[in-house]
Design a protein around this ligand. Structure first.
Ligand code: FBP
Length: 250
């Protein structure tokens, strides 16, 4: 079945709010407000995001509120803590069946290309992708080059490699970390072919710098952004969201 990509796109553009950092980095990322998933659901709704990314635990405990918000749910299927200290590896934590039951409109999976465990993640991704596509669910691949073997590779080369990997393995959308160079992003978008490219927001920076990056990735042909910290860590998340949304949707 063709994936229903339009359920997570508006006029062909993606504006997603990512909130899996509690697992990936720990509550050290949060303050009194944004530690509460309800606050994030509220930002996603009022900020008019067209996707909200949660792990299955939050998706289940806050299912009612997510549904009520009307923001399409994207369930992140794998993850790890940053307490783990080995070659990068992120194992599957949720099945496609569970994600569908939680109301997912799409699923996401991280692959650390270059890691010693890359083949394992590729294999899990393939199974998830097959099951998700059989149900018409789009699949987003977070493709992050990590591990000992990539230490001496150039960032620009790696961004395009990441997007190309996503095209080749059947992802509908690939999420990459923007390296800060619009020329590299253009090449990465080209390398992705018909696989759509969204950029992660990265560590919190100034609003000005963040919006500049959003502008650059959009100008380079990206489909959108999947941002977390630069929105919900901001002193006025809805202000930043409004400005970023204007750039994404033009
Ligand atoms: P941010 O916009 O906050 O960077 O979120 C994007 C994201 O991909 C999250 O989904 C994920 O938790 C995090 O970045 C992973 O970052 P890192 O690889 O640096 O741990």
């Amino acid at each position: 079945m063709e994936p229903k990509i339009n359920s997570i796109l508006t006029k062909g553009k993606a504006f997603y709010l990512a909130y899996d950092q509690g697992l990936e980095h720990g509550p050290v990322e949060f303050n009194d407000e944004n530690v509460d998933p309800l606050e994030i659901i509220n930002i996603a709704k009022r900020g008019k995001f067209n996707g909200i990314i949660f792990q299955k635990g939050i998706a289940r405990q806050y299912k009612k509120e997510i549904k009520k918000s009307g923001v399409p749910l994207i369930v992140k299927m794998n993850g790890k803590t940053n307490l783990y200290d080995g070659e990068p590896m992120s194992m599957e934590l949720c099945t496609v069946k569970e994600a569908v039951k939680l109301g997912a409109k799409a699923v996401g999976y991280t692959i650390y290309v270059g890691s010693q465990y890359e083949p394992l993640m590729m294999e899990q991704f393939e199974q998830i992708e097959r099951e998700a596509h059989a149900l018409g669910l789009p699949v987003i691949a977070w493709v992050y080059p990590k591990g000992k073997s990539i230490a001496h590779k150039s960032q620009s080369e790696l961004m395009a490699y990441a997007t190309r990997v996503a095209l080749e393995i059947g992802a509908d959308i690939v999420k990459v970390k923007y390296d800060g160079n619009p020329k590299d992003m253009k090449w990465a978008v080209k390398s992705a072919g018909r696989c759509k490219v969204v950029a992660a927001g990265g560590v919190q920076t100034s609003e000005k710098e963040f919006l500049k990056e959003v502008k650059e990735v959009m100008k380079s042909g990206a489909t959108g952004v999947a941002v977390g910290r630069n929105v919900w860590k901001a002193s006025k998340p809805l202000d930043v969201a409004r400005k970023a949304r204007k750039i994404v949707f033009g």
